[in-house]
Design a protein around this ligand. Structure first.
Ligand SMILES: Cc1cc2nc3c(=O)[nH]c(=O)nc-3n(C[C@H](O)[C@H](O)[C@H](O)COP(=O)(O)OP(=O)(O)OC[C@H]3O[C@@H](n4cnc5c(N)ncnc54)[C@H](O)[C@@H]3O)c2cc1C
Length: 305
């Protein structure tokens, strides 16, 4: 590992590797740090990505890393970055293992973590029979009976989206329903049922799942949907650098993915509260890298005789 780079990227998944490709193709000395926990790691397949629909997430990243090989100025390091500081020349990153490197610019692509409820079996089925997003896995369970573990306006949003693909829907509010009377009435008219009894466990059963409740009853469905009530934005480095955050915790960026701290860029799920998808992350990584490279080109051009 050298110690001085034009750009350091923290997070080597869809956003980070896309940024690395753009910087590598300009011959920029670039280092990518990644500790191997991309958000979609539990899923067997990644869908809805141009040219690669249905590829396992690990394969998508393998291809991305392979396509960086022709660009020798890009270096990949499987290290966790623990801290980041601004210096007179640029930035210094310190790995959890103690290594320190400096870089003229940094791109934070650390992603988000989902927070799952403490229901037995949830963690094991997450990404394979419990899905969060119909764009990612809706087609795979199209027309099947599915459960939606959700309450209130979140359940209403799911109903609008998922009912386009599935008609047999049961809403599991896992406690008292917070749907309005009007929403409940609409669900009834559409033939959706609502179960308020708290859930005890989710288990694989054949090609589907069995969902059990505290009163001893259970139901069998093909799959379930669940969306984290609160995402954990991995924004610790951005906080250390003084970047502005949104209320939800994402890093505030401009149209070119630069944060409120000049020279610090952020891309991928960490950089917005909205549509978290591989394609969106890759696009953000490319844009951030292009903006970062453009700043460096201007600096280099001015400095040269
Ligand atoms: C179960 C599930 C299935 C999904 N399926 C799909 C799908 O089919 N299609 C789709 O388009 N989207 C899907 N998504 C959404 C998709 O996973 C995200 O939009 C995408 O991964 C975002 O990419 P990213 O690069 O921003 O972050 P991530 O992919 O989460 O990558 C962040 C990387 O940063 C690394 N990292 C974090 N902090 C540090 C640190 N301090 N030091 C070093 N490394 C660090 C992590 O190890 C990780 O590799 C799914 C999400 C989930 C939860």
């Amino acid at each position: 590992m050298n110690t001085a780079y034009d750009a350091a990227i923290i997070g080597g998944s869809s956003a980070g590797l896309s940024a690395a490709l753009t910087l590598g193709r300009f011959g920029r000395p670039t280092i990518v740090f990644d500790n191997g926990t991309p958000r979609n790691k539990p899923a067997a397949h990644a869908h809805n990505f141009f040219t690669r629909d249905g590829v396992p997430p690990s394969e998508l990243l393998r291809i991305a890393r392979e396509q960086l090989v022709p660009y020798p100025s890009v270096e990949l390091q499987p290290l966790t970055i623990a801290s980041a500081e601004k210096t007179a020349e640029g930035f210094v990153l310190t790995a959890a293992s103690g290594e320190r490197i400096s870089a003229r610019r940094i791109i934070i692509a650390t992603g988000v973590k989902d927070t799952l409820p403490g229901i037995a079996g949830m963690q094991e089925l997450w990404g394979n029979a419990v899905f969060h997003c119909p764009y990612c896995h809706g087609w795979e369970v199209k027309g099947e009976p599915v459960a939606i573990i959700s309450n209130g306006d979140n359940a209403w949003h799911y109903a609008m989206m998922v009912s386009k693909l599935n008609k047999d829907l049961v809403f599991l509010t896992n406690g008292p329903s917070t749907l309005s009377a009007e929403q409940t009435e609409k669900f009834k008219r559409k033939g959706f049922s609502i179960i308020e009894t708290p859930i005890t466990s989710l288990q694989r059963e054949g090609e589907g799942i069995r969902i059990s409740f505290t009163d001893g009853s259970s139901i069998q469905k093909k799959a379930a949907y669940y969306r984290s009530e609160k995402l954990h934005f991995q924004n610790e480095l951005a906080k250390q650098l003084g970047c502005q955050l949104s209320e939800a915790g994402s890093i505030v960026v401009n149209a070119m993915y630069e944060t409120t701290v000049p020279g610090v860029f952020a891309a991928g799920d960490i950089s917005h509260d909205g549509l978290h998808q591989v394609a969106v992350a890759a696009s953000g990584g490319h844009t951030a890298a292009a903006a970062c490279n453009s700043q460096l080109c201007a600096e280099d051009f001015e400095a040269e005789a």
